[in-house]
Design a protein around this ligand. Structure first.
Ligand SMILES: Nc1ncnc2c1ncn2[C@@H]1O[C@H](COP(=O)(O)OP(=O)(O)OP(=O)(O)O)[C@@H](O)[C@H]1O
Ligand SMILES: N[C@@H](CCO)C(=O)O
Length: 293
């Protein structure tokens, strides 16, 4: 059995802890019952010995498998990872969502995507990455009484993401501690109004509106100062036709959305200027969590 989950870009500028979308880059895990516990990793993380032991996936999987079956059973897990770790592309959400889904599959218990999402909230308290990871597409999400409520919009093929992935990781947990404890009314109204128009622009496919609407006053500047080249990345994106250019999650990746025909030109400019960073052109993912039995 295979379970796969896409990478995600969260916040999308002003929509802190609420907005996110899924891109076409996946972590896949294969699960086979086995006499002995075994982990094999291909791709991202394959040289990280910490991931071979009791990693985040295995601990969440075991917790749910035991809850569902009251049994202990060994499995062989093979991970095919494409999502870079701690770079703001939702690697932790992909792991959390795939572990919960795999545990239900292995236990033979049917489960809806909505229920998986609500379980995922226990491990990641903000819903902006886990929601597109499960549902695919663009999502606006909120939490009420420990449940996620969200609205989804599929994204068209004629839009592409050009992602700039720095060689430096940023831990979400650590980066959240650097954010202000409170915001002025003026800045709160700024982010609230820009988030509202961003959501409207996605739903109405008014892509040109995103340039103005996706500005933020809550988190981006503070975080970008940790890697000041990101200011130049954002300027280059806007100078070369980007529809939006935002810090992806807590960083360090920068997410740039463009029309298909502008993607290669922008990617080439980034490659020429930021040779230490990885540049990828990605489509959007409208499927979210996929299980293949
Ligand atoms: N493939 C993986 N296998 C096991 N654990 C992983 C994997 N990918 C990520 N993790 C865990 O998630 C942590 C990274 O989570 P973090 O929230 O800091 O980054 P992110 O999810 O990539 O970024 P963001 O939340 O900003 O999108 C890693 O330190 C590791 O514990
Ligand atoms: N909304 C989260 C996304 C990263 O997981 C943050 O900005 O910290």
């Amino acid at each position: 059995m295979f379970v796969s989950v896409p990478a995600t870009s969260a916040n999308l500028g002003p929509g802190f802890d609420s907005l996110g979308l899924a891109v076409d880059l996946r972590n896949q895990v294969e699960l086979v019952p086995s006499r002995f516990f075994a982990v094999s990793i291909k791709g991202e993380g394959e040289n990280n010995p910490r991931l071979k032991g009791n990693n985040l996936f295995v601990s969440i999987f075991n917790e749910h498998y035991r809850r569902l079956t009251q049994k202990r059973q060994n499995f062989k897990f093979t991970f095919y990872n494409q999502i870079p770790m701690s770079r703001g592309l939702g690697s932790s959400s992909a792991v959390i969502v795939s572990a919960i889904s795999c545990a239900h599959e292995a236990a033979g218990v049917k489960v809806s995507k909505r229920r998986i999402l609500n379980h995922a909230l226990v491990y990641e308290s903000h819903p902006d990455n886990i929601t597109p990871a499960v549902m695919g597409g663009f999502n606006a999400a909120m939490v009420e009484k420990q449940k996620v409520f969200s609205q989804q919009k599929h994204l068209p093929d004629y839009l592409k993401a050009v992602v700039v992935i720095p060689n430096k990781p940023i831990s979400t947990a650590k980066s959240r501690t650097t954010l202000p404890k409170s915001y002025s009314k003026e800045n709160a109204v700024f982010n609230l109004s820009h988030t509202a128009v961003t959501v409207g622009a996605f739903f109405n496919e008014d892509w040109e509106m995103l340039r103005l609407a996706t500005q933020d006053r809550f988190h981006q500047k503070v975080r970008m100062k940790m890697l000041p080249e990101l200011f130049a990345v954002q300027k280059m994106a806007y100078d070369n036709g980007a529809l939006m250019s935002t810090l992806s999650g807590s960083g360090s990746t920068f997410f740039n959305m463009v029309y298909d025909q502008d993607a290669k030109m922008l990617a080439d400019k980034f490659k020429a200027e930021f040779s230490d960073f990885e540049i990828k052109i990605l489509g959007f993912d409208n499927d979210g969590l996929v299980v293949e039995r």
